[in-house]
Design a protein around this ligand. Structure first.
Ligand code: AMP
Ligand code: ZN
Length: 111
């Protein structure tokens, strides 16, 4: 059994509120939402962070990026959304399984 929390969520060993999944990615609600809508988009493949991307991940990363506006629309975010990828301790990364935060909804603060 993996010790990585997000691998375990992807495998269904740890519960999450999934909003989308396919053979490459799983999308679920952040347990501690920072906005009205706060999703986490993760690859099923374990990749620690952006630091660990290789050319073989280019298609996967493109796929995840192109998924974001579709997810946002499905969540009712008709006029836009914010994405964040924290990388490394200095970037505020806590879970070392690459993930994209998708945030939006009323009251999203300026950045
Ligand atoms: P990061 O700081 O970018 O590593 O973000 C990790 C995110 O994972 C935080 O926003 C946490 O609230 C979220 N998180 C931690 N545990 C869980 C969980 N079991 N289910 C959903 N989200 C989680
Ligand atoms: Zn993992």
């Amino acid at each position: 059994m993996s010790e990585c929390l997000f691998c375990r969520i992807a495998a269904g060993e740890v519960p999450s509120e999934r909003v989308y999944e396919d053979e490459r990615v799983v999308v679920f609600r952040d347990i501690n939402p920072k906005a009205a809508v706060h999703l986490l988009v993760i690859p099923r493949e374990h990749i620690d962070s952006l630091e660990d991307l290789a050319p073989e991940h280019d298609a996967l990363m493109g796929y995840m990026l192109r998924l974001l506006p579709k997810l946002a629309r499905e969540q009712g975010l008709a006029d836009g959304f914010r994405t964040i990828i924290n990388t490394g301790p200095g970037g505020g990364q806590i879970i070392f399984h690459l993930h994209i935060h998708l945030l939006g909804g009323p009251g999203l603060p300026g950045f």
